[in-house]
Design a protein around this ligand. Structure first.
Ligand SMILES: Cc1cc2nc3c(=O)[nH]c(=O)nc-3n(C[C@H](O)[C@H](O)[C@H](O)COP(=O)(O)OP(=O)(O)OC[C@H]3O[C@@H](n4cnc5c(N)ncnc54)[C@H](O)[C@@H]3O)c2cc1C
Length: 399
């Protein structure tokens, strides 16, 4: 039987950051991942570093989010010197774009609200301002707001860089190891079973995102799925696009990450409403493919004759209040949850660090109270019978 101080299950960004920080603090860590590192949402996402949800109006909610995300952005800058992988972090900003005058008036109002509470990293953009930021945006995109400190990165390189460094700090990493069972005796965690082998530790972190419900009976949809699509263009000359998000009809289109090799990513929730279980389907149908491929042409109309090379989807995690679950679960002593990341590229750096500090019995530099993984206990979580991104956001009151 293999023994360690902590077992981390799941090698996405959540598990990678946590493993990195735990190992850096000197704990003996085993990381178990059922596929390859970042084979889930973490290797499939758009790489946008997004600090806030566009439509938040509650001062306390906005400031609470910024407390974590500002620190995350700093960590992403600091990690550049520590990791041996280039994860291409660029602070090109995130534009929350609108397509009509009503939306523009709301953007102005939200921009003023941000400044009134001291959040001054937001700029208001009229048509001219937006097209100065990116001259290749289509003309029907008439303005919005930009958070200048946001940006994008290469999430696959980041996750692999963290795991590579964690190994150098002493972590043992087992990929292609599916954890079938979390062993709990008399209310205390004892370890896990994976690939027919036993792994022992008094502390287990489940960084298993949407699949946590398979490991913990009764966990249900505290974390629930949505299946966005992304398309990737052939390489084109670098034009410094910002990350962006815009609602067009019933589809939220987002993206803008351009990789170091010149490929441009544009994503959009597949339009067809799906049941919860259908959100886990990695197979694209023809309609999904056409719809997503069109998004690139629609946003960047001025970039002519660019081929879309690939389109894929992934399963993204949501929670009803938009915050992740990070901390010790009430289900067993020594059982920790690190999941439910809606915008995990920005949120997992600080959460991985805080959770590692908590597990290592250090006082986390920022408290984890609002991410308490037990806050949905005894709550019945209702989801629409079938949903796409827009239906889900409307259901959650965030459109
Ligand atoms: C298409 C798409 C685009 C996105 N775009 C963005 C974006 O631009 N910006 C942003 O911030 N966020 C984006 N997201 C969300 C972001 O990807 C997630 O917030 C983030 O990756 C969550 O990381 P995670 O480690 O919690 O989950 P995951 O990356 O899904 O990792 C969970 C891991 O657990 C493993 N696992 C599960 N069960 C077991 C088991 N029993 N045993 C062993 N291993 C197991 C899985 O194989 C997986 O690797 C996007 C998501 C998708 C799908």
């Amino acid at each position: 039987m293999k023994k360690s101080d902590v077992i981390v299950v799941g090698g996405g960004l959540a598990g990678s950051h946590t493993t990195f920080h735990l190992s850096r603090l000197g704990l003996k860590v085993i990381l178990l991942e059922r596929g390859s590192i970042a084979c889930g949402a973490s290797g499939r996402n758009g790489g946008q570093v997004l600090q806030c949800e566009g439509k938040d109006r509650d001062k306390d909610i906005i400031l609470n989010r910024l407390k974590y995300t500002k620190r995350s952005v700093r960590l992403l800058k600091e990690l550049k010197d520590e990791l041996d992988f280039d994860y291409e972090f660029k602070q090109v900003g995130t534009a929350d774009i609108v397509t009509d005058e009503e939306g523009l008036a709301e953007s102005k109002e939200l921009y003023e609200l941000s400044h009134s509470i001291g959040d001054d990293e937001i700029e208001f953009l009229d048509w001219k301002g937006l097209h100065e930021v990116c001259p290749y945006f289509a003309d029907f995109l008439i303005g919005g707001r930009i958070r200048t400190t946001d940006g994008n990165l290469n999430p696959l390189n980041l996750a692999n860089g963290l795991v590579d460094k964690a190994k150098k700090y002493g972590a043992e990493v087992y990929t292609w190891h599916n954890v079938d069972k979390v062993v709990i005796e008399s209310g205390k965690v004892k370890g896990v079973e994976a690939n027919g082998e036993k792994f022992s530790a008094d502390k287990v972190v489940l960084a298993t995102s949407l699949w946590t419900r398979d490991l913990l009976p009764g966990f249900g949809f505290r974390i629930f799925p949505h299946r966005p699509l992304v398309s990737l263009s052939e390489p084109i000359p670098y034009f410094k696009p910002p990350a962006f998000e815009v609602l067009i009809g019933d589809d939220v289109v987002w993206g803008g990450t351009q990789t170091a090799t010149g490929h441009l990513l544009v994503g959009g929730g597949a339009g067809k409403p799906r049941t919860v279980e259908e959100q886990y389907d990695y197979v694209l149908d023809w309609e999904d493919t056409i719809r997503n491929g069109r998004a690139l042409a629609m946003i960047f109309t001025k970039i002519k004759a660019v081929n879309v090379l690939r389109i894929w989807c992934g399963v993204s995690a949501y929670t009803i209040d938009g915050l992740p679950l990070v901390g010790e679960s009430a289900m067993a002593e020594g059982l920790y949850i690190m999941g439910g990341f809606v915008a995990g590229v920005c949120w997992t750096p600080i959460c991985g660090k805080l959770l590692a500090e908590l597990i290592a019995n250090k006082t986390p530099e920022v408290d984890l109270e609002s991410m308490n993984p037990n806050r949905f206990d005894n709550m019945k979580i209702e989801l629409p019978e079938k949903y796409n991104y827009a239906i889900m956001l409307e259901h959650l009151g965030r459109l």
